[in-house]
Every structure is written in C-alpha cells, then in structure tokens.
Design a protein around this ligand. Structure first.
Ligand code: NI
Length: 378
C-alpha cells in the first residue's frame, strides 16, 4: 500500500512493515527502530535510516518552499490517500499571496488577486487576463507601493495601497499590503550605563525597538531617566540579576534574591516588573531553568562585542549575519559597541528588518514565550 505523509513523500507501507517499522512521526520512528531487537539485518536497517533522513530532509525543504496550508497527515494509520497541496503562488517574489477570488462583474479585466502582501523592494505581478488593450495602472499611494506600466507592484514602505487597473471605462482594484517580513530583536546587556543614551538616539532616529537586560545595581537616578526614555521609545526591559553573578555557583535562595532585587529596581525606575530575564553570562543549568519563573531569553547571534571592543568589526558582523527571527547579543556598557549601534540599526532597516522587542518578536512570529524553556531565537 502507498502512504502519503504530510511531507509529500510516498512510501510503500508494506516495505516499511516488512522492515519492522511502524510509521509514526519522524522522531518516534527513530526511537522505535532503535528499540527493536536486531531480528532484521543491518542492510535493512541502513535502508530504513536513509528513508528516515529523507523524511526529515523532505519536510524541511517542503516547508521552506511553501507554507503547507492543508496538512494531510494520517501518519500512524494504515493508509492515507489524501493529496498534498502543491499550488504555487503565481508570482515568484511575493512574500505571501492570497488565493485569487476576485471576479469582475463584466468586462475583460481580471486582477487575479484580491490582496497581495509584499515586502518592501519585493515585487508582485498583478495579471490582467483576456485583453490586449492598453491597461493603465495606478497606485493610491506611491510612498507605499509603486506599480509599473505592466502591472508589477513594488513595495516601498510598510502600509496599504490600492492598485487600480483601468481599461477604457472599466476599472478593477486590489489591495496591496506592504510589510517588513524580516524581524529580529537587538538586545543590550549589563547596563544601564553612561553610553546607553547613544543606543537610544539610534533607536529613536530609525523608530526601532530593542530590549535591555539590566543589572539592578546599575540603576540609579541618572540611569533611571535613560530607562524611562527607552520605555517611551517602545523598548522592553529584562532582568539580568542585581550584581551579575554566575547563577550556576549560587543557591536557589541566592538566585531568587538576585532576581527579586533587580525586579524591585526596575519597578522603581519604570513602574513594571520584567517578565523576561537573561542569566548573567548565559550560565544556566537544567535545575536553574526549572526554578526561574520568567521567560528565559538567550541569543542566536553573539557579537562578542565585550571581547573585541571593535566598532568596525561589530557593525560588519551584525550586518553580515543578521537573519529573520534572530536575537542579537550586545552590551551597552562599551563605548565601542554603542558607537556602532546607529550604523547597525540603519543597515538592518535598509536590509528590510523590523527591529522589535522580545515580546513583539514573540508575537510577530506567533511563538509564545514558554516558561522553563531557554529561548535563543524566534
Ligand atoms: Ni551580562
């Protein structure tokens, strides 16, 4: 029998069952095949492992290429004959497109999308079918999206615009939503300090947000004002302990005291207690992870700014390595770091990144911050 998994790979179930494999989800399959007594020969085990790798690989490639709109899994059951969705959007560079549903009441003009979502500097082609007449394309807001004489829409900035095609006395319109599809979080540890305002200036200039993991003992009347300004700019605060000790060398009581004291200082400064934290130095054990009742935020890109103290290196590193969903680690206590932040924010913005706080990134990526998990990226 043929089984069709949700990654679009066909398997002959009789071959798999002959090899002693129950078809469950990938990770379980590995465990089950490992648990089995070696009543099957090594050659079959190898074939089986190759198939397992193919499942994993197939899933990744497939999911990367397109969002699977209709999962057709019946894995674990005997047979599923449902077909996988394979429709491709009819544009090559649109970030996301919606199924065309527009039906003109009359005439021969069709915009085959009711709405197109595109990223700035990416194109979406709106086709007009069944006519050889000259079509005049217009955009309601060229600062958001421009349209060429051939109906190719180019996103300029975040927002919505109406694109209209006109032939003779007939017009049809469609809405284009331009969005920034790449998002990441800049995070600054160990402050607040005297160089923090330089970071805030850069964020303010480009309407960007960041998250500051602060050390409680650095919060004083001067730095409190920086924190209040950061909150006004839309930034978020996280707890980075009171004295920056290595948590793995502390008792649970001491860890709690470190976190509580920092919480109190942050609350005193900005009126709210942080819901997220980062362990000093990122030092954490499983038992500490279970003990802390805040979102535990690590990072996906370590700039090592504290080690190199080199502005040029820092800027280059971030602009060359930033990826969608990243949490980037920096320290606003080093002037060599804060001196590069404006170029980083500007460069990332130009690359199409939206710079968000941790909470905003979690929401944008629809990945809630779960307690007792270490979060490195979204
Ligand atoms: Ni630190």
């Amino acid at each position: 029998m043929t089984i069709n998994t949700n990654d679009g790979i066909l398997f002959k179930t009789d071959i798999l069952s002959e090899m002693g494999v129950n078809l469950h989800r990938g990770s379980k399959m590995k465990k089950e095949s490992r648990r089995r007594k070696p009543r099957i020969d090594i050659f079959k085990v190898l074939i089986c492992l190759i198939l397992l790798v193919m499942i994993g690989f197939g899933t990744k490639v497939f999911m990367d290429q397109q969002k699977l709109s209709q999962p057709v899994a019946n894995v674990g059951g005997e047979v599923s004959s449902t077909a996988t969705a394979s429709a491709k959007p009819n544009t090559t560079s649109a970030a996301t497109t919606e199924t065309p549903t527009y039906q003109p009441e009359e005439g021969n003009i069709t915009i085959n999308k009711t709405e197109a979502k595109i990223a700035p500097s990416k194109n979406v082609e709106l086709k007009v079918n069944g006519t050889t007449q000259q079509v005049a394309w217009t955009s309601s807001d060229e600062t958001v999206a421009k349209v060429s004489k051939d109906g190719v829409v180019n996103g300029v900035a975040k927002g919505k615009a109406t694109i209209t095609a006109k032939v003779g006395d007939k017009t049809v319109s469609c809405t284009v939503t331009v969005q920034k599809v790449k998002q990441l979080a800049l995070t600054f540890d160990d402050g607040p300090g005297k160089y923090t305002p330089e970071v805030l200036d850069a964020l303010e200039k480009y309407h960007a947000h960041a998250t500051f993991f602060v050390v409680g003992q650095n919060i004083n009347n001067t730095t409190k004002a920086y924190m209040q300004r950061a909150v006004e700019l839309g930034c978020q605060y996280g707890n980075h302990s009171y004295t920056h000790p290595n948590f793995t060398k502390l008792s649970k009581t001491q860890i709690k005291e470190e976190l509580d004291k920092c919480d109190a200082k942050v609350k005193e400064a900005i009126g709210v207690v942080p819901t997220i934290m980062r362990q000093p130095g990122g030092a954490v054990t499983n038992s500490i992870k279970q003990f802390i009742d805040k979102g535990q935020i690590l990072w996906s890109k370590d700039t090592e700014d504290w080690k190199y103290r080199d502005t040029e290196r820092l800027v280059k590193y971030v602009l060359e390595h930033a990826e969608d969903g990243d949490i980037i680690l920096m320290h606003d206590i080093h002037p060599t770091t804060t001196a590069g932040v404006e170029r980083i924010v500007k460069g990332l913005t130009e690359q199409g990144f939206e710079l968000l706080t941790i909470d905003e990134l979690s929401e944008a990526k629809n990945e809630p911050i779960r307690l007792h998990h270490l979060i490195g990226c979204f």
